[in-house]
Write a protein that binds this ligand. Structure first.
Ligand SMILES: [Zn+2]
Length: 305
């Protein structure tokens, strides 16, 4: 389960980036393309696939209107894959969050890239230098300003996410103010300009729960296109006093939990069973998230020292 890496990071399909500026090649590729269509709200049609997992209901290029921007995603088994944003119609449309861990690796990879691109285009319509509307170039992978010629690239915003442990049987999990009662997660936060990843881990932990950490170790990363994050997963060990001092703006509560407590909460989430309402931790992050990937590694005793 955990050996394959975080769910949204598993598909290494060929992005064939050198084809993006090649309009002749792209026009030819479009005639035989499979198209991942997205709604403006980033839902996509799905259908049942192998092993009961959902897979993309891809469309022929001929079904996509002429004027819709075509964004080249890459090549899979010699077939070119594009994405295009269209109005939602009558099929079974789902968001990435709806689909959760029920999708296959290729679906996860293509959908994550398509959503990240679409979210960027929606939020970056004008030139940051002179303010005029920009146009899509390089098959959706850049935007260019017609006024000053500047070129703009999709944003990826780094965020650190960390499993804090005591080196024995306790992990520190928190409940953000937007989370429901009983649901706990790893701590996380955006990296600030001029800051290293390790410094961001230590700063965010101290800000949110008031403890200091050492042995900060990189574990894995996962794109998180809501709208533009790259989650960089770490583990870190408590350094000194375990007493929690909560930041009430971001955190509703936080505590140290045993593996048995966290495993029981994870089992309730995975099986859809009602949790024991009298325990403090009744659920953890869903399988789609790298938070859960870090928690599962810790449960298995597989985090770096
Ligand atoms: Zn401009």
């Amino acid at each position: 389960m955990t050996a394959q890496g975080p769910l949204l990071s598993r598909s290494g399909y060929d992005r064939a980036a050198h084809r993006r500026p090649d309009s002749d090649w792209l026009a030819q590729a479009w005639t035989k393309a499979r198209v991942l269509v997205l709604s403006p709200g980033s839902a996509t049609p799905v259908e049942p696939g192998a092993g009961g997992r959902a897979q993309l209901a891809l469309r022929d290029a001929s079904s996509v209107d002429e004027g819709v921007p075509r964004r080249f995603l890459g090549i899979v088994d010699e077939v070119p894959y594009f994405t295009a944003t269209v109005e939602r119609d009558g099929e079974d449309w789902r968001t990435l969050r709806d689909l959760g861990s029920t999708i296959d690796d290729l679906t996860a990879g293509l959908l994550t890239s398509a959503i990240a691109l679409e979210q960027w285009h929606q939020r970056h319509t004008h030139c940051p230098l002179c303010g005029v509307p920009t146009v899509e170039t390089n098959s959706g992978w850049t935007r260019a300003c017609p006024e000053d010629g500047s070129e703009h690239y999709p944003r990826t915003d780094p965020a650190v996410i960390m499993l804090i442990h005591d080196g024995a049987d306790l992990a520190l999990l928190g409940r953000g103010v937007q989370w429901g009662a009983g649901r706990f997660s790893t701590l996380a936060g955006f990296v600030e300009p001029g800051e290293s990843l390790e410094a961001a881990v230590a700063r965010e932990v101290f800000e949110e729960v008031g403890v200091e950490v050492r042995d900060i170790r990189y574990v894995a990363s996962q794109p998180w296109p809501f709208p533009a994050s790259l989650m960089l997963g770490f583990s870190a060990r408590l350094d000194g006093d375990p007493t929690i001092a909560l930041d009430p703006v971001e955190m509703a509560e936080a505590d140290w939990f045993t593996r048995a407590e966290v495993q029981r909460a994870a089992d309730w989430v995975d099986s859809g069973t009602d949790p024991d309402p009298d325990v403090r931790i009744q659920g953890v992050s869903p399988k789609l998230s790298i938070s859960r990937y870090l928690i599962d590694l810790w449960l298995a005793g597989a985090l770096p020292d």
